[in-house]
Design a protein around this ligand. Structure first.
Ligand code: EPZ
Length: 429
């Protein structure tokens, strides 16, 4: 699957004119796809995946699985993953694993099925420390031995396999919830996971595992119970959910620049927090059967107070894109980022483009608008801040050059082509 070359985008700003009148299709969810790829290890005869997005994090996860010894057949947005009885190795390729946070999702299933796993501290965006104590503590609670080995972690299960345990997550963690949901399917006995993340992707995976033979209850609630019962058999391909963060990013684009923007193949019910907020701002929103229609208000946007929160609260992944919209709102808006301590790092760059932002501490800022933005060279520090810079460049006066577009390619497929199809002026170099 081609990943478009070129790490720089040149954007000609619209100076805030409502120039968009078109439709954009939402692709499969990055965060659903990466967990489903890890889940393939639980299936005796492998697993087919459908609606995979063509993004770098999916490529890297499939490469990690292939490096372990799985066989992967790709056909467009589908992949068929066959997993052998014995893997060729039980250590994750460090060069890849330390680049993406999602690599940690493989540790639970590899450990549970093959008895041992060695992995580096996972990578990912520079949005915060991203500890992994929940994983190491949880594996120990399931009977495994955890050792540090030359900058990696080596975890070995008891000879009879992992045993069920009651695990309480001090914070709601999406990847920790997913990793132990997967590990528990092959553990001996009952596992209770408490203070689980409630993201729809987790429920989508849990339901699929249950349909494939796993015994799971409590999906969609903070306490999920899994009774381990061995390898599963898939009766149909895993359908990757539509990406609610991509859909939300496009809704914010529409709120900035659209007469009418149709966002198709999405699930508005996964975006309540954002859509309610956009309505409060005065944005026109209609939604029906997998489509959301957004129209930017003719008069000014109102100011709001937002606090990011675990699902179903306002998603931290949409905080930076929303901040760009709030630079154009009339009045003072506040943002409280409650999940990551490094997720306001985009603000200084928006200020350099003309935004009126006061940063109080790593978790709180105030945006006063409307303030015109002016194009300039910027460098994307992470996936979602990178998308925010594209939005800022599109609403600005003049030209913006965005560097480090590879961060954006991690989570948004062919972003320049798809926005160009809306009549926006972006070129990749
Ligand atoms: C998932 O990260 C997503 N990544 C992130 O998406 C998303 O921003 C995040 O959930 C929040 O919604 C994937 O699903 C691959 P965490 P996750 O590091 O679950 C604490 C994007 O932009 N914690 O677990 O890995 C941690 O400090 C990416 O698409 C521990 O203390 O998030 C934080 O406060 C960025 N110890 C909270 O949990 C641990 O061992 C969640 O952080 C693990 C986590």
């Amino acid at each position: 699957m081609a990943i478009v070359a070129g790490d720089t985008l040149i954007i000609e700003g619209t100076a805030g004119r409502r120039v968009i009148n078109g439709s954009i299709r939402v692709n499969g969810s990055k965060n659903d796809a990466v967990q489903a790829i890890a889940a393939a290890l639980l299936f005796r005869d492998g697993l087919a995946l459908a609606n995979l997005p063509d993004i770098d994090d999916v490529e890297k996860m499939l490469a990690l699985l292939q490096d372990l010894g799985a066989r992967i057949e790709r056909r467009g947005r589908r992949a068929v993953i066959a997993v052998p009885k014995r893997l060729s190795r039980l250590n994750l390729d460090r060069a890849i694993a330390e680049k993406i946070r999602a690599s940690i999702l493989l540790t639970g299933p590899v450990l549970a099925r093959y008895g041992s796993v060695t992995f580096p501290h996972p990578g990912g965006c520079v949005i915060g420390e991203r500890p992994i104590d929940f994983f190491l503590d949880g594996f120990s609670q399931m009977g495994a031995k955890v050792k540090a080995r030359r900058g990696s972690h080596m975890v070995v299960a008891p000879s009879r396999g992992l045993r069920g345990a009651t695990i309480f997550f001090k914070n709601q963690s999406v990847t920790a919830t997913e990793t132990f949901l997967l590990a528990a399917v092959l553990a001996r006995g009952r596992t209770s996971l408490k203070n689980c993340a409630l993201e729809p992707e987790i429920e989508n995976l849990g339901r699929f595992l249950r349909r494939s033979g796993a015994r799971i209850s409590g999906l969609g609630t903070p306490t999920v119970i899994i009774n381990g019962r061995g390898l599963l058999t898939a009766r149909r391909p895993y359908q990757v959910l539509s990406d609610r963060i991509e859909a939300g990013s496009f809704a914010i684009l529409g709120a900035l620049l659209a007469k009418k923007l149709q966002i198709t193949h999405c699930r508005s019910q996964h975006l309540d927090a954002l859509l309610n907020l956009l309505m409060e701002l005065g944005v026109g929103i209609k939604s029906y059967r997998g489509t959301i229609i957004i129209s930017a208000p003719r008069s000014g946007l109102g100011a709001v107070k937002i606090k990011t929160h675990e699902y179903p609260g306002f998603p931290t992944d949409l905080q930076a894109p929303l901040a760009v919209l709030l630079t154009q709102a009339s009045g003072a808006s506040t943002i409280l980022e409650t999940i990551f301590e490094g997720r306001l790092n985009y603000a200084k760059t928006l200020i350099s483009m003309g935004a009126k932002i006061k940063i109080f501490d790593p978790h709180r800022l105030v945006i006063t608008g409307p303030a015109p933005l002016y194009g300039r060279p910027v460098t994307s520090p992470d996936l979602r801040a990178g998308l925010a810079y594209i939005l800022a460049g599109l609403v600005a006066k003049g030209r913006t050059v965005v560097h480090n577009v590879h961060y954006i390619d991690r989570g948004y497929e062919r972003i320049d082509e798809r926005l160009r199809a809306l009549g926006l002026a972006l070129k990749r170099f």
